[in-house]
Design a protein around this ligand. Structure first.
Ligand SMILES: Nc1ncnc2c1ncn2[C@@H]1O[C@H](COP(=O)(O)OP(=O)(O)OP(=O)(O)O)[C@@H](O)[C@H]1O
Length: 453
């Protein structure tokens, strides 16, 4: 055992292959059996009707077809057109991802076990790697493998011992601007743990929670950072109107966020007023803690008495780098308090940074949800999303610096740690003005609601 230099016989290998791909033999066998049993004409009619049925489904009901049949048929077609043995082997060999059995001299290749095609632009391969290989070897060869397989980019994930997942993005999934989220009319219809921000590369809605969360958004200038908080705020509009969400905004840049001034509970745009606002935010959080401790409120239900508070810190890097080191140190201490204690009292924060430098990365861990849009340096990607995120495919520094890519970025999926490409909806100035008008004019009155609806 284990000492022979001969490899398995060809018939044994053929049998094993057939066992792994039962459909390849079973389908023609079933058609032949049906032809002999029921006659060739009726078999032809049955097969033809099945094909016509699928084609009819494709044409008549795109939504259900794309959801149910599309991924299965696409995966099947890609399995046999694109990821077939010789092509796959050539790519692996070119990237030095095959191994040679020292005894038999046989070349061993990681084997594709499963192909999934969740969206028209993404394929996911489950691959059994060869003994002695590790996902890390693939991580170092992702760029080469993407070229060899003629795809835009590849991310890798370890699924279980001996099995990795390769996520292949064949082309840019986001070619169009995503329209701003609708303004919901009723507070009751908004789930603060499930707010629409945009779309994912899988063509699904990108939704995020806000209650008890702290969000960190990094992106070079022009990357479209504002579209994340603006989309979120449109989703929260009726709660802001009804006093269930209070906005505290630090806007040292005095640009986009100044449009929100009228609907902010507090707004600050100078170094000293920002410091004051943050101090008051912490004091508000501590007052809520005391109220909870004294039994005045039992637990956090969003109400006028215990609203959700949202602290938005634009240019967080600039705030932390302000002249006086004492001020910056105090600010870091206060943000650490909000980061660790705000969850229980409904005090969240959203921090936006252009360059994730030492100062901002040091407080990154306070934020429970991190979003990385286009960055200028590869080294910053892991600083935002966590170790190895870039190796796993979060190529935020390779997003082209052109207006057509604004709002595109990555988040890391909690459990698998695989980066997910996302695009935020775009909220332009008129839609921000619409949000402000909605909140300030109180379209909650039944007659006005009717008019709007
Ligand atoms: N989600 C989006 N989808 C499409 N285009 C967008 C999106 N967000 C922003 N843009 C476009 O990109 C431009 C820059 O966006 P924005 O000012 O929000 O970037 P930013 O990251 O906030 O930059 P800065 O840090 O300089 O303020 C906008 O004027 C708009 O034309």
């Amino acid at each position: 055992m284990g000492t022979s230099t001969r490899r398995k016989g060809v018939e044994v290998r053929a049998l094993l292959w057939a066992g792994r791909h039962p459909g390849v033999l079973a389908t023609p066998a079933a058609v032949t059996a049906a032809g002999i049993q029921c006659g060739w004409t009726s078999t032809g009619v049955a097969v033809g009707s099945a094909v016509a049925g699928v084609a009819g489904w494709y044409r008549a009901h795109p939504a259900s077809y794309d959801r149910f049949a599309g991924p299965v048929l696409r995966a099947w077609s890609r399995r046999w057109r694109v990821y077939v043995g010789p092509r796959w082997h050539r790519a692996l060999r070119a990237c030095e991802l095959s191994k040679t059995d020292r005894k038999t001299g046989v070349e061993l290749f990681p084997r594709i076990m499963k192909v999934r095609s969740y969206s028209p632009t993404i394929d996911t391969l489950h691959v059994r790697i060869v003994a002695g290989q590790h996902a890390r070897q693939f991580e170092t060869k992702l760029l080469e493998l993407a070229e060899a397989l003629r795809v835009e980019r590849i991310a890798v994930e370890r699924i279980k011992p001996g099995v990795i997942g390769l996520v292949l993005e064949r082309r840019e999934p986001f070619t169009e601007v995503i329209p701003a989220p609708d303004l919901p009319y009723e507070s009751g219809s908004v789930d603060v743990n499930d707010l629409y921000i945009g779309e994912t590369e899988y063509g699904e809605e990108w939704r995020i929670p806000i209650k008890g969360k702290h969000i960190f958004i990094a992106g070079a200038t022009g990357a479209g950072k504002n579209s994340v908080p603006m989309s979120l705020l449109r989703g929260l509009a009726p709660l802001i109107r009804d006093g269930l969400v209070r906005l505290w905004v630090c806007d040292p840049k005095q640009f986009e966020f100044s449009l929100l001034r009228d609907i902010c509970h507090r707004y600050a745009d100078t170094e000293s007023s920002c410091a004051e606002l943050i101090t008051d935010y912490v004091a508000d959080m501590q007052a809520t803690q005391r109220a909870f401790a004294s039994g005045q409120h039992r637990r956090l239900t969003v109400s006028r008495e215990t609203p959700l508070n949202l602290l938005i810190l634009d240019e967080l890097g600039a705030l932390l780098a302000y002249g006086d080191p004492m001020v910056a140190r105090e600010l870091r201490r206060q943000l650490a308090l909000v980061g660790s204690q705000g969850r229980a009292t409904g005090h969240s924060m959203i921090g936006l940074v252009q360059e994730p430098t030492k100062d901002t990365v040091a407080i990154r861990d306070l934020f429970t949800l991190r979003i990385c849009l286009r960055l200028t340096a590869a080294a910053h990607v892991d600083g935002v999303l966590g170790e190895n995120a870039r190796l796993r495919g979060a190529l935020a520094d390779e997003i082209p610096d052109i207006p057509e890519t604004a709002g595109i970025g990555y988040v890391v999926r909690q459990r698998s740690r695989v980066p997910l490409r996302v695009r935020a909806a775009y909220v332009d100035d008129s839609e921000v003005a619409e949000l402000v008008a909605f909140v300030t004019t109180g379209w909650s009155q039944p007659n006005q609601q009717q008019a709007v609806a």
